[in-house]
Ligand binder design. Structure first.
Ligand SMILES: *Cc1c(COP(=O)(O)O)cnc(C)c1O
Length: 402
């Protein structure tokens, strides 16, 4: 069977349709792992992602794997069995952080917000005082609820109490403001398949000097590359592949062999960052803001209700309540079958109750927004919902005209 995937417009919460430039970059010829051309590309990729993360962190690299690989690399490399971790939870990906930290042997406490809201930083500070964690681990944009957690204050709280701060910004990076250094974020990890406009499979990661010191103190004794006076005191990291100490040494000046860098994915990650930085980081965030505002106005123009606290919504995804007249999955199937447009379902408490519609990366585009709204109007009406004629497209166009 030849692979001939059909045309799709991916307007869900990710993955989204990759930018054609990224797909072209991925088809470029391979070079050897330690070819100076390849190590030059690695250095260039690091420099690009320092700009994307708004950081001066030397330790800015790719973890080979989907976003979850970098989340796990960060947590298992920072957390030793018995360490205390605090996780503000406001959706599915917060629960994932809890699970990964528990598997790493941490004593985990949570501060929870109802789905559709963000966590009040004052409650985070209270919990930091009570639980005295080594690490606060938090999601910035949780696609399961569309909420975007404000981080500046949590960064200040962590600095005040000398706590490390890890952030999963997979879904929010370059679609919403993210300031690694200004906000005091120690480790930030992302993926390509949301606003960066690439496929999943590479996870850009940045590590502050103080987090790096913690990780390096757990470096594998087996490597035998350390002198006695800087012998690590921490326990060995419980993963080889996701050992950030080794990954950082592979990307660092010593280029110690660990895995074989996923060359085609590096090309993809490189091109994703170049596209963003050519347009400008601020302009890219603004493009996501406008596309998100247009989609929000459009679904409201169709008479639909938006789920959650709209004031804290990520720019790049909206959760829409399913009208009583229709069956959620039947509408999604018709969008895909008749219009080749994918919109998202939801997890857990929201399954069958809301659709999630994304405007991310290459698809944070006027024509993609308008086409999706026109198709949705047609499908909703065909499935028995009363929707105003042209109401979605007209409202979105008003946002673009403003
Ligand atoms: C989409 C998303 C991920 C994706 O993880 P993968 O391993 O790439 O599937 C992780 N975290 C958040 C917050 C996301 O929205």
């Amino acid at each position: 069977m030849t692979l001939t995937p059909p045309h799709r417009l991916l307007m869900g919460p990710g993955p989204i349709s990759a930018d054609p430039r990224v797909l072209r970059a991925m088809s470029a010829a391979l070079v050897g792992q330690f070819d100076p051309v390849m190590t030059g590309y690695m250095n260039a990729t690091q420099a690009l992602y320092r700009q994307v993360f708004r950081t001066a962190n030397e330790a800015t690299v790719l973890v080979d794997g989907t976003a979850r690989a970098a989340i796990e690399a960060a947590v298992v490399s920072l957390v030793e069995p018995g360490d205390r971790v605090l996780v503000p939870v406001f959706g599915r990906f917060g629960h994932l952080l809890v699970e990964i930290a528990r598997r790493a042997g941490a004593d985990v406490a949570t501060v929870e917000a109802p789905w559709g809201q963000v966590v009040d930083p004052a409650r985070v500070e209270e919990a930091v005082r009570a639980h005295r964690p080594k690490l606060v681990a938090v999601v910035q944009g949780d696609t399961s609820t569309t909420m975007c957690q404000p981080l500046a204050e949590i960064g200040e709280i962590c600095a005040r109490h000398d706590v490390l701060l890890y952030v999963d910004a997979t879904a929010s990076v370059v679609g919403n403001d993210l300031r690694t250094d200004d906000w005091g974020l120690d480790v930030v990890t992302v993926g390509l398949q949301k606003c960066l406009g690439g496929p999943s499979g590479s996870a850009p990661t940045t590590v502050s000097d103080r987090a790096r010191a913690v990780i390096d103190d757990r470096k594998h004794v087996e490597q035998g590359l350390r002198t006695d006076d800087d012998e690590p005191t921490g326990t060995v990291i419980g993963s080889n592949y996701l050992d950030l100490a080794q990954i950082l040494d592979y990307w660092g000046p010593r280029r110690l062999n660990h895995h074989t860098e996923a060359t085609s994915m590096l090309y993809a990650a490189y091109e994703c960052a170049r596209i963003v930085l050519e347009d400008g980081l601020d302009a890219t965030i603004e493009r996501h803001r406008v596309a998100g505002a247009a989609m929000l106005a459009g679904v409201q123009g169709l008479g639909l209700t938006v789920f959650g606290d709209v004031a804290h919504k990520m720019h790049n995804v909206v959760a829409v309540e399913v009208p009583d007249a229709v069956v959620a999955d039947a509408v999604r199937a018709a969008m895909l079958d008749d219009f080749a447009i994918e919109i998202g379902t939801s997890f857990g408490p929201l399954h069958g109750r809301v659709w999630r519609i994304g405007t991310m990366g290459y698809n944070a585009r006027k024509d993609a927004v308008l086409t999706t709204l026109a198709a949705l109007e047609h499908v909703l009406r065909a499935h028995g919902a009363a929707v105003p004629t042209g109401g979605g497209v007209a409202a979105a166009l008003e946002v673009y005209a403003a």
